[in-house]
Design a binder for this molecule. Structure first.
Ligand code: NAP
Length: 280
């Protein structure tokens, strides 16, 4: 039975600049569902805060929860079921209730792939280079491998890229985020997709590019930057200047939210509804 009021929200810390409330309130309105989307900040040292939120979900005082840093991994053992995707990535970003049990999903992977397919449709996936090996890189690498891409992951700490490849799939190659190493890769293999999964380009690092100094953009690649604020990062500016196709991560943000909203309410909201909510 549908609740008379959908109580949805986001937990993580800090949550000051989240766009999720705008996305989900717009979706509730578009689907004519009564409800709310609140922020539930839980600092990393708060051991009981997360468990209390999950108890509220079990008692159906809360119907859906998004999870962000620093709880995306920590929440896994607290759930009744975790999807194979979230298990493989090692992170949950969406929690929902089915038949009284708490289920965890990761909608970042499918959200990324859906948006990539929209902005860069390919029939035969080739070689993709992912910069960064943190939480979002894990979802991106998993998604790309599922879609048939050959994936190389480059991180400033080589051991982090190696750990990612070991955890997700030995089919991915780990590299150091180093100009000589990456230039050799782009000379030897035709890189068709470059993904930035580092925070370089946003916030205090606005204006900085994740490409190591001295490395040129691959000649024929589509460039996807997970960063969406500012809409045109230094990397995307360089890609446009080089005549390459490119996109920022706003589409991924929208797609992962649409998938979460569907799990909570069963409603498919138009992409444009959420897009408008965060661009106007
Ligand atoms: P994360 O888990 O902290 O991982 C960040 C990665 O970038 C790590 O490998 C980190 O290496 C590396 N890195 C950080 N600073 C660097 C620097 N100065 N030079 C080189 N590498 C650096 O973060 P995340 O959750 O993956 O998020 C990464 C970015 O993606 C953020 O900007 C986030 O907002 C964005 N994002 C967007 C979406 C979307 O829907 N569009 C979804 C998720 C994330 P170290 O561990 O060595 O620091």
């Amino acid at each position: 039975m549908s609740p008379s009021l959908y109580r949805l929200g986001l937990t993580g810390y800090p949550l000051d600049h989240s766009l999720s409330p705008s996305l989900h309130v717009a979706a509730l309105q578009a689907c004519a569902l009564p409800g709310e989307y609140r922020l539930y900040p839980v600092p990393p040292e708060d051991e009981t805060g997360l468990q209390e939120l999950l108890e509220r979900m079990r008692s159906e005082a809360l119907h859906g929860l998004n999870v962000t840093i620093p709880h995306k991994r920590k929440v896994l053992p607290l759930l009744d079921e975790v999807s194979p995707t979230a298990q493989a990535i090692g992170a949950v970003n969406t929690i929902y209730v089915r038949d009284g049990s708490l289920r965890g999903e990761n909608t970042d992977a499918a959200g990324f792939l859906t948006d990539l397919g929209r902005v860069f449709p390919v029939t035969v996936p080739g070689v993709a280079l992912v910069l960064g090996a943190g939480g979002s890189a894990r979802a991106v690498v998993y998604a790309l491998l599922q879609a048939g891409w050959q994936v190389c992951v480059a991180a400033r700490r080589l051991e982090q890229a190696q750990a990612l490849c070991q955890a997700i799939s030995t089919r991915a190659d780990a590299l150091a985020l180093d100009a000589a190493m990456l230039s050799r890769l782009t000379e030897e293999r035709r890189v068709e997709l470059l993904v930035n999964a580092t925070p370089l380009g946003m916030g205090r690092q606005a204006g900085e590019s994740p490409l190591p100094q001295g490395m040129r953009l691959p000649g024929m690649a589509f460039v996807y930057d997970l960063v969406y604020n500012p809409p045109e990062t230094a990397l995307l500016h360089a890609a446009q200047h080089a005549g390459l196709g490119c996109a920022n991560g706003l589409g991924m943000l929208v797609e992962q939210a649409r998938l979460a909203f569907k799990l909570w309410t069963g409603c498919e909201v138009e992409r444009e509804v959420m897009n408008r909510a965060v661009t106007q």
